[in-house]
Design a protein around this ligand. Structure first.
Ligand SMILES: Cc1cc2nc3c(=O)[nH]c(=O)nc-3n(C[C@H](O)[C@H](O)[C@H](O)COP(=O)(O)OP(=O)(O)OC[C@H]3O[C@@H](n4cnc5c(N)ncnc54)[C@H](O)[C@@H]3O)c2cc1C
Length: 390
């Protein structure tokens, strides 16, 4: 039996065969054909996202009565893997909407649901998730963006960097200190900020190694006056809120990385069969075939671990956070290795722009960094193994 790498092997829970086919056909017909062009032009594919919204793909785990799909984390893993097999930037957009959608659904007021969540899931509004600052990346508890009470509202000052969608977003969830004495233990809050209000500047537009259709930039807030209802949930609770969605975010990046791995293995297998040297396909050499066997085995192991993490998350298991970290670590480090295997299988053409292996190699690299670096995942996993120092 020969396996097909054209179909996702990530299982699903709520999604049936018809829904899976709909997603995979969309990927094959509308995403894969434009991936190289999007990479080259760094264009934000609004039309593609509008079509994805029409088939109801955004907000996979957001309850149906709030405009989402009402499905499970396992279905979300499938969606992310399937989209990323098409092009990682598209999955990244879906992951961002899922995270913001989950936060708004869980902690937003009915007014915030109507004003932000529904338009977000329908792709009528675009969002950003603004946590990182120049002095605060892995250590988010050290942010310095500050929101100070003024009358019934707030005044926001600070600068965020490397924010996905910052150049195109209509609104952002912004993490800010509201009580410096308490810091991350009750002193950090999250605000829904309309980016068209006075005092907001879109600072710069980054040009990245990979996932180049994802728009990334900075946001500067200078005396931005926010109404009282800009606060999401309760004052001082943002760190706890973030921890609640962090595991889902990591699961999503695990899915995205697995999609890159599948695309890399598929491209390499095709090349190993098509390319002939010394009178035979290069795949007839074990030196080419064995790395593909290893990559495919690691890919399937990564899927199994990520599916276990997704089920644990859906069940509310205490282990789900660590499992999602393990899934992200395994899948992201695997994606980088498997894209490298694809480049090697392609030989010189693997280094040339326009070949899929070259793009996948660049697209994979960030998965070891964003949504918590590999080192941060290892920190979380090791803490679950070792006793805490006194
Ligand atoms: C393309 C892209 C998109 C992004 N999108 C967003 C977004 O939408 N919103 C957002 O808020 N942020 C976003 N980020 C920021 C991203 O989350 C951070 O870059 C990431 O968390 C790492 O932070 P840092 O860059 O400050 O690295 P640092 O925290 O400075 O880390 C540098 C290195 O030191 C290691 N390190 C740090 N502390 C420790 C430790 N205690 N033990 C061991 N190693 C350690 C890290 O693992 C890393 O290898 C994005 C970044 C990129 C590049």
């Amino acid at each position: 039996m020969t396996v097909s790498l054209r179909r996702s092997v990530v299982p699903s829970a709520a999604l049936g065969a018809d829904e899976r086919n709909l997603v995979e056909e969309f990927v094959a017909e509308q995403i894969r054909p434009v991936a190289a062009e999007l990479d080259q032009t760094e264009r934000f594919p609004r039309e593609l996202y509008a079509e994805l919204a029409k088939i109801g793909i955004f907000g996979t785990t957001v309850p149906e009565h709030l405009g989402g799909m009402g499905a499970s984390p396992l279905d979300y893993l499938f969606v992310m893997e399937a989209l990323s097999y098409g092009y990682a930037s598209v999955a990244d957009q879906c992951g961002l909407i899922e995270l913001i959608g989950s936060l708004l659904a869980a902690f937003g007021t009915p007014e915030q649901h109507e004003r932000y969540l529904r338009p977000l899931l329908a792709f009528e509004q675009t969002c950003a998730y603004a946590l990182t600052e120049a002095g605060s990346g892995s250590d988010l508890g050290s942010i310095s963006t500050r929101a100070v009470r003024e009358g019934t509202g707030w005044v926001l000052n600070g600068e965020k960097i490397y924010i996905h969608n910052a150049p195109v977003a209509d609104f952002a969830l912004v993490l800010a200190v509201t009580d410096p004495e308490k810091g991350k233990r009750g002193g950090i809050s999250v605000f829904v900020v309309d980016l068209a209000v006075p005092g907001v500047t879109r600072a710069y537009h980054e040009h990245k190694m990979g996932q180049r259709a994802s728009q990334v930039g900075g946001l500067v807030f200078s005396d931005v006056r926010l109404p009282a209802d800009a606060l999401l949930g309760e004052e001082g609770k943002a760190f706890g809120y973030m921890m609640e969605v962090l595991a889902k975010g990591r699961l999503g990046i695990a899915g995205l990385a697995l999609g890159i791995s599948r695309a890399a293995v598929a491209a390499a297998v095709d090349q190993a069969g098509d390319r002939r040297q010394f009178g035979q396909p290069i795949g007839a050499n074990q030196a080419i075939a064995f790395p593909l066997a290893t990559a495919y085995t690691e890919l399937r192991a990564g899927v199994a671990l990520a599916a276990e993490a997704a089920r644990a998350l859906g069940d509310g298991s205490a282990e789900s956070g660590v499992l999602c970290s393990m899934a992200k670590l395994t899948a992201s480090e695997g994606a980088v290795r498997h894209a490298d295997t694809a480049v090697q299988t392609f030989g010189g053409s693997g280094f040339i722009r326009g070949y899929e292996a070259e793009r996948l190699y660049r697209d994979a690299r960030i998965t070891r960094i964003y949504e918590g670096t590999s080192e941060m995942q290892r920190l979380i996993i090791s803490r679950s193994l070792l006793p805490r120092p006194a």
